[in-house]
Design a protein. Structure first.
Lengths: 326, 295
């Protein structure tokens, strides 16, 4: 192939990536300024769930694997971080988060090896069952506080220097964690590895026939997704100083699916938008007379999304842009 | 008193019986899932909700309309099955051409709606439904005490499971169903009304779940969340057995109930998780499932 034949395509690609970088810059500036306008604790909640949803989307959107058990990783990260920080006062929060994330990686490896042995609908059922097993484990284990959960996890001082008790400091730390997590996902998706994942999603038998070790690719994607979900859970525990069974419940696995679906499966920003909307909705509804109807409303959104809005908000916008500004 | 591995015989048999009853529910529910999956290729996440609706319809029918148990046993599966057919006709059909994961997500949404609505009206604590007069009491078999209602549940569940097997494997309608599972387009070309068959199948699968719900009403507290936790275990049972075979689903269901009962006797801490552990073992040793012939 001559290089001149590729040049227009490369030019287009370069322009697209320049535009993307500008977008990222704008978003980071917005992220830095956001706590001036919005309550930082709410923002941190959104960021944690956004990272959780992005991690989930890496698996569903780019590898085509629907996990119905991602709550297990969120909870594992949260519990391990909580236990470590509560029992070792000298431990700094970033190390606590690292340990929680590693625990989720280990669990993810275990779940991944088991669940990728089945495909499609069975994969979803296997992950759901494994997560439910973890739920029972967390109820019975002596170190999780059972139904009450872990309370009063200290936020501590970042690197032993910066006090995270201050909400603004905490917010910028969470923002940094989110940006790192998002960057890992962005790099993964746009790497050759990500391209192979998409190939597997589109046509697994063909990927096998092309010589790719499909199971290895799926496993790496699964572990990566589990680890990032654990990172989200660990960070969330530090923010709210609490790890509870809510995070391990299958409702949570359902919620992260909804966030991703609503925002747009297989789009980078979809899960962020979805998480923002779902968390806002929950916060708003909790204060309104409709507070008891949250799960019904989430169910309705699910049905509407699947029936008529399958690309999600970001997906629909992308479609519109592509149609009108080609 | 006779002891079995350090456990009194009465206790041992009693727990086995409880396990077998649970197994009967696993069998009924996984059977319904398998029938629906065969033709519609979707996993019905609303199955637990339908089981719960069956139990609630029984309870409410008794409280507000004075319907007795036997009427409920006939009427409730028909009503809930009818609701299922309406759902299939109005909602599921629209996404039949899509990836089957969407069916799972859609029925998950439906399950949230049903469960959430009932929680709002009845809370989560659950109420009890009286055991029908004819089935009260029990008999002493010498080695164990057998409550009549539990014996009835076991018999009724087995009869319905075997009846379903007979209809699907031995009748003309069942032949259509099996053919539709293999190749719906060809069936349609031969002049069989496949969409109607799909509606009926979904209704039937849902009716099985509702029937299980009626059976469960006098046994367990009737609460809006009774279905979802059971359904996840049933999913594990389905993964263990595979959804390819009717008898396979029934046998796996009963066997898992028994294993759960045995665990309760010897290591109660693991009783909640033992079925998931069996699932892990099966995935490692026989990934397609015990009766599975996965493509």
């Amino acid at each position: 192939m001559s290089t001149t034949a590729l040049t227009p395509a490369m030019k287009l690609q370069r322009r697209a990536s320049r535009r993307r970088n500008a977008l990222y810059l704008v978003l980071i500036v917005i992220g830095l300024l956001a706590p001036l306008a919005i309550y930082p604790v709410f923002l941190m909640k959104v960021l944690c769930f956004a990272l959780f949803a992005c991690a989930f989307n890496l698996l569903l959107g780019y590898a085509g694997l629907l996990s119905f058990g991602h709550a297990a990783f969120l909870a594992t990260g949260g519990y391990f971080t909580g236990i470590m920080l509560a029992s070792y006062p000298g431990l700094t929060p970033e190390l606590g988060i690292l340990i929680g994330t590693l625990a989720a990686v280990v669990l993810g490896t275990f779940f991944g090896v088991l669940s990728i042995r089945r495909q499609g609908i069975y994969f979803a059922m296997v992950t759901l069952a494994l997560a439910q097993m973890m739920f029972f484990f967390f109820i019975q284990a002596p170190f999780t506080g059972g139904e009450d959960g872990l309370h009063g996890v200290p936020r501590g001082e970042l690197f032993g220097l910066i006090s995270l008790a201050d909400n603004l400091n905490m917010y910028y730390f969470v923002l940094a964690v989110f940006v790192i997590g998002f960057a890992i996902i962005q790099r993964t998706v746009h790497s050759p590895f990500g391209q192979v994942l998409k190939a597997i999603r589109e046509n697994e038998p063909r990927a096998v026939s092309l010589g790719y070790n499909v199971d290895a690719y799926k496993l790496v994607a699964f572990v990566l997704s589990a680890g990032l979900a654990g990172l989200a859970g660990s960070t969330k525990t530090v923010v709210f100083q609490l790890a509870s069974l809510t995070d391990a419940h299958w409702h949570m696995s359902g919620e992260v699916i909804l966030m991703t679906l609503l925002g747009g499966v297989g789009t980078l920003f979809g899960p962020v938008v979805g998480a923002g909307l779902v968390v806002s909705l929950q916060t708003q509804l909790a204060q309104s007379p409709l507070g008891n109807w949250v799960s019904v409303i989430l169910g309705l959104i699910f049905v509407v999304c699947v029936l008529s809005f399958r690309s999600g908000i970001v997906g629909e916008i992308q479609k519109m842009v592509r149609k009108n500004f080609k | 008193m006779t002891m079995i591995f350090g456990v009194p015989l009465m206790v041992f048999m009693g727990q086995l019986m409880l396990g077998l009853i649970n197994g009967a529910f696993y069998a009924l529910l996984s059977l319904g899932l398998a029938v629906i999956f065969g033709l519609l290729k979707i996993v019905n996440f609303a199955h637990g909700a339908m089981y719960m609706l069956g139990a609630f319809a029984t309870l409410l029918g008794f409280q507000y309309l004075g319907l007795n148990y036997w009427v409920a046993l006939l009427l409730v599966p028909l009503v809930v099955g009818g609701l299922g057919m309406v759902i299939e006709r109005l909602i599921l059909r629209r996404i039949a051409h899509l990836d089957h994961l969407y069916g799972l997500l859609l029925t998950f949404g439906l399950a949230l709606i049903f469960e959430g609505t009932l929680i709002n009206f009845f809370g989560v604590s659950g109420s009890s439904y009286p055991t029908p007069a004819a089935l009260q009491g029990g008999m002493n078999l010498g080695f164990m005490f057998l409550p009549t209602y539990r014996a009835w549940v076991l018999v009724a569940a087995l009869v319905v499971c075997l009846g379903t097997w007979f209809v699907i494997e031995r009748t003309r309608l069942g032949a259509y169903l099996r053919a539709g599972t293999e190749n719906p387009a060809l069936m349609q070309a031969f002049g069989v009304n496949v969409p109607q068959l799909i509606t009926l199948t979904y209704g039937f699968g849902v009716a099985l779940a509702a029937f299980a719900g009626v059976l469960a009403a006098p046994l367990y507290p009737v609460s809006p969340t009774m279905g979802s936790s059971l359904l996840i275990v049933v999913f594990a049972v389905v993964v263990i057995g595979g959804m390819g075979s009717i008898l396979g689903a029934v046998i796996t269901g009963l066997a898992m109930g028994l294993i759960e009962g045995l665990t309760k006797v010897y290591y109660p801490e693991a009783a909640n998780t033992v079925i998931f552990l069996v699932m892990i073992l099966v995935l490692l040793l026989r990934p397609a499932g015990l009766f599975g012939k996965e493509a």
